[in-house]
Design a protein around this ligand. Structure first.
Ligand code: FUL
Length: 681
């Protein structure tokens, strides 16, 4: 009898909770495969570009440079992998063959390979060495195999397709587990092609038979992702600068896959789950060039890249060019380890861990709000059917400061949220949190950045979603201010801008040559500076009182000091402060500038074009004052190191300065000049 009573009681308690749903929301198609989910969780991994290009100072070898030029003397794959592991990379992808056709492994498919190089007397195998190093250090290993082959005589014909598939066969059979296979989109064009030196074009969608390639890869490596081709499981993000859109859906419609906007953002109505991978190099080029030693991306740039890739629902594939020694250059290693420290410190202490969580809708206790802070990826907060929106709040015992919020959706059920915003409350006062970019999608991971706010309650409003919400993780952090040297520029209108990477930092500057501190002038907005002088600036953290290194910008007399009639049109580019835009001048022609009155002229400043792959830098020059030659000189190392060149001499009184380039770095007939100015006493 008692038992029956208990049974009735239990039933009635359960039925009084009948509005509580204990089944998961229905998936919203398309959804990821388990392999794709595992890939999302990798977040960061590396590319290494290495091969014949490295030894011939090229980005896209033509396919004719001799195999014998591949000659690393101190090759150390262990150094690569140990460095990459130290900075949190989960895997490494090697360019087994780039467009030049040179194979880095012992292949039966061509003679154009490491077997015909001096490296280990032709017995070396880079694919093996790197896969062994990855195994040793516990990193995943992947391969890039360029479909385009500028060396192969049969490229463009049926025979090459067979060769290409044999290469895939060798690479997928002999080197252990692969986590990713990369098919480059660059295809066809001119090349050596067995000595024919012609242009060949193919229809990439049909020519390579990517379906067969996919079958070969997945048969042996069922967990591998495929980048590019017609059977891709992950997509190119549409740029090589290191960013995914702030709106970033994992879904696309494959038939629109060449549209850049579509690649940047994906599509809410996409038919296939093909998430974005952001590929970007730590230097301007993919391969090593000594001339880019001064252009390793800064901590500020790399940090921004992280937030605009991983923080925008994409994985980051960060490239490291291997140098002629066969190593990741020291400055790149140091930089990336510093970068990893910054990211680790930014996202170190999760403020939400012990917060009190409230929601306005919950789909039963299995899907309770607290799941978003339990650290378990598999549990999530879900709303009831038809609740394609919801609000979650986090209340703190005492006010906290924050400037980052991390959000994750439970993607096995599909990507859902398309619009959200955040508010804070401090002592009963509400305010909107102004994120640095548009808050729309979340996906596997979204990291929202904003200026530091103090609050005792954080509220997130999910406004629109493709179905009930399924949020499995929310974290918040107060990242320390990133104290990078500010960037000082002056444009054609003499407007000076001083930009700090971190908008929580204050910027102070001086115009008298002294080192700035927090008592110096505070930079609030761009200002006009139409004189010569030195601007020095620092970024300053008002909380810790720490400051960045001092940025120094030496500025010469602006254009207003010259007779404008002495200027030709393109001269504008010499004064525009944009180092990626050059004025082109024929060798032995001149830049001629005439001051309105006599000046004591004591030198000049020339900044070579800083844009990617810029060439035609000035090597030899002559300088005349009032028609008299006062200097002829050489910029010795400009090819390898195209940084600002400053030439100073004892002051000479005069009005007209004539600068004549007489030789450039590559024997072509003109040279590029990003900026040119005259130093006066
Ligand atoms: C591009 C290639 O053309 C570059 O050389 C580089 O390999 C990059 C990763 O992909 O499309």
């Amino acid at each position: 009898m008692k038992k029956i009573l208990l049974y009735i009681l239990t039933i009635s308690i359960l039925s009084s909770c009948s509005n509580v749903t204990n089944h998961a929301p229905a998936p919203i198609e398309p959804i990821p495969t388990q392999e794709q989910i595992d890939w999302h969780k990798l977040e960061t991994y590396s590319f290494v570009h290495f091969g014949l290009n490295t030894y011939n100072d090229l980005e896209w070898g033509y396919g004719n440079t001799p195999a014998s030029t591949f000659n690393p003397t101190n090759l150390d794959c262990d150094q690569w992998v140990a460095t990459l592991k130290q900075c949190g990379m989960k895997g490494v992808i090697l360019t087994a063959k780039h467009h030049d056709g040179f194979c880095l492994w012992q292949t039966k498919t061509t003679d154009y390979s490491i077997a015909n190089s001096p490296y280990k007397n032709g017995n070396g195998d880079m694919v093996k060495e790197l896969s062994d190093a990855c195994k040793k250090h516990g990193l995943k290993f992947g391969l890039y195999l360029s479909p385009w082959d500028r060396n192969h005589a049969q490229y463009g014909y049926e025979d090459y397709v067979e060769v290409y598939h044999n290469q895939i066969d060798e690479l997928t059979s002999n080197y252990g587990e692969l986590f990713e296979f990369w098919f480059d989109g660059a295809n066809g064009g001119n090349g050596y092609y067995g000595g024919t030196n012609e242009s060949r074009s193919i229809n990439a969608k049909e020519y390579y038979d990517y379906e067969r390639a996919r079958d070969t890869i997945l048969k042996r490596h069922p967990n591998a992702m495929i980048f590019g081709g017609t059977c891709q499981t992950i997509r190119w993000v549409g740029n090589e600068q290191g960013w995914a859109g702030d709106t970033d859906w994992c879904m696309i419609n494959p038939e629109q896959d060449n549209n850049t906007k579509h690649l940047n953002h994906g599509s809410e109505n996409g038919t296939h789950w093909i998430p974005a991978e952001v590929d970007v190099s730590i230097r301007p080029g993919w391969f090593y060039h000594k001339r880019e030693d001064h252009q390793v991306k800064s901590i500020a740039q790399l940090t921004d890249i992280y937030y605009r890739s991983v923080g925008h629902n994409a994985n980051l594939l960060l490239n490291f060019p291997i140098n002629l020694d066969g190593k990741i250059p020291a400055q790149d290693s140091v930089r990336i380890i510093e970068w990893h420290d910054v990211i680790t410190n930014d996202l170190k202490d999760n403020i939400l861990k012990d917060a009190k969580v409230n929601v306005d809708n919950e789909r039963g206790r299995k899907f309770k709000a607290e799941n978003v802070i339990d650290g378990d990826w598999e549990t999530y907060w879900a709303t009831e059917d038809d609740y394609n929106f919801g609000t979650i709040s986090f209340t703190f015992d005492k006010p906290v400061k924050m400037n980052r919020v991390v959000l994750q959706e439970y993607i096995p059920l599909g990507q859902r949220v398309s619009d959200f915003y955040m508010e804070g409350e401090l002592n009963g006062e509400w305010f909107k949190i102004n994120a640095f970019d548009t808050l729309s999608t979340i996906g596997y991971k979204r990291i929202v950045r904003f200026n530091t706010v103090e609050l005792d309650k954080l509220i997130i409003y999910f406004e629109e979603s493709r179905g009930p919400l399924c949020i499995n993780n929310i974290e918040a952090y107060c990242a320390p201010v990133l104290l990078a040297e500010p960037n000082i520029t002056r444009n054609y209108d003499n407007i000076v801008e001083i930009k700090s990477f971190d908008s929580d930092a204050h910027v102070y500057y001086t115009l008298d040559g002294s080192d700035p501190d927090e008592k110096s002038m505070k930079y609030e907005k761009p200002f006009v500076y139409n004189d010569k002088g030195v601007i020095k600036a620092i970024a300053f953290d008002p909380i810790t009182k720490k400051k960045s290194a001092v940025a120094v910008k030496e500025l010469d007399l602006p254009k207003e000091y010259f007779l404008m009639s002495s200027f030709v049109d393109g001269y504008k580019k010499l004064f525009d402060g944009n180092l990626n835009v050059a004025f082109y001048l024929n060798l032995n022609d001149s830049i001629k500038m005439t001051f309105e009155d006599d000046k004591v002229i004591s030198g000049f400043r020339y900044i070579p074009n800083q844009s990617r792959d810029a060439s035609r830098h000035i090597v030899d020059y002559e300088l005349y004052i009032d028609g008299k030659k006062v200097q002829s000189g050489t910029f010795g190392n400009i090819k390898n190191n195209p940084i600002e060149q400053v030439v100073r001499f004892d002051g000479i009184k005069g009005k007209t300065v004539t600068f004549v380039p007489t030789r450039n770095t590559d024997g072509s007939k003109n040279c590029g000049i990003a900026e040119f100015s005259v130093i006066t006493n």
